[in-house]
Write a protein that binds this ligand. Sequence first.
Ligand code: BG6
Length: 527
Amino acid sequence: MSNPIVSPRPATVVRAAVRDRADPCTMVILGALGDLSSRKLLPAIYQLMKEHLVNEDFLVLGVGRDDAQTDDDFRAHMRQALNESDEIHGIDDELWEELCKRLHFVSADLTSADDYQKIAACLELIERKRAPEHRNRLFYLAVPPSIFEPIVRNLSKSGLAPRTRVADERPWTRVVIEKPFGRSLEDAQRLNDLVLGLFAEHQTYRIDHYLGKETVQNVLVLRFANSIFEPIWNRQWIHHVQITAAEEVGVGERGKYYEEAGVVRDMFQNHLLQLLSLTAMEPPAQMSANSVRDEKVKVLKSIRWLTPETIPDNAVRAQYTAGTIDGEHVPGYHEEKDVSPDSLVPTFAAVRLFVDNWRWNGVPFYLRSGKRMAKRESEIAVQFRSPPHMMFGQQTRESLRANTLVMRVQPNEGVALDFEVKVPGAAVALTSNIEIAPVDMEFDYAQAFGEVSAPAYETLLLDVMIGEATLFTRSDEVEAAWRVVDPLIQYWESNKPRRMPTYAAGSWGPREADELIEEDGVEWRDG
Ligand code: BG6
């Protein structure tokens, strides 16, 4: 896998094809002055413009609560967001001028039904040159979950987002909903009922930004566009799977949100279970939104339920204490802003899950995620079984590692396969005791393709514009994922730990997480 031969990519052809599919549309950002809009959406829009992936008649209407804000202020706000973005390296002045012309702003209180007339009037004005059948609208809810319900009701009631019967009806209206989608199974069901009472499923795009990441999509390609992996992708050849989403960052400014959420709602219900379902799903009949999502739902439904009896032996929670990351002292969770000093909200969890179906019977899936861990690293590691018979010397046998296929989600997106080789040299070539060492075959996206992969939001926004829903979570999928984590959240919230396990910031998690996996004779892959 090292030095892959990459034939010249027909990138321009691919891009032109995508652009041709992007209809004229107005992206209405509800909550345009917020953090998500500045950090993710505005940089993604700039990149899409830069790559000529949006339609020539693409407009943005920012909606926020600031009566003093004008179009020009919003443009300045956007410029600042681009300047501060890690994803944008140098702003092209010509492109910026072009983008500026497309940016508009209207102030509105999104919880007030009356204010939607202001939004409608503004849309009417900026879209006046567009034929009615081209007045496609993408409403992006970049708002806190607490005002999500009044907004969807108001969008519908005002007539701004009418329900459409079929996906290819024109003009289209699509509604993008950010996570968290509910805070429990019951809540998610209620929200789904509300949303699907107002809009059709084909209009609803529930975002899980992990699905926009290059390697996450590559899991499907790796598994189903190669014939060598699928025959061994089952309980006969795979010993276990480790899925890790480790973060270096702490809760930062989001203490208030995090105190309500905790790591299971924040990372497991969505990102980690998405990684699990892509790894474990059956091959879909085709690469279409419903085929892929049908298979993911089946996997989620096959995950063995956690119960109050099984949780203590299969799940560990913990909180970070002060420590050192990259040579810098960082505070513990209890010292973070807006966090209660006696909070029991977990910032780390490790869970052993089983997928009870024919393919995966008896194969443990170990999932872990935490804030303030040793380094930022998300990956899926598939560990194969050890050879059934060991013909090498005792010492060698003990040092042998089983083969592992690692799909690195971030950073350094890529794929690695490690395997054992003979250490060269006659001195160590005694037939009874050959010296063996592990080596890695590495595929690195940036090296192979000479470019950094597109940030997740860019991919996902483009998909909404072209009506491609494969990378978005369907209503039954969201509920199936909640069904997996709900018992764990409920159990932990109603059973206070006698002593909350802790881990020092900058470490790989608590000792209890090591013990959980070591019981099975396995170790976490660290670093
Ligand atoms: C978000 C969580 O969904 O994902 C954050 O709310 C987390 O708490 C983030 O930091 C991680 O995403 P990424 O892309 O930075 O790995």
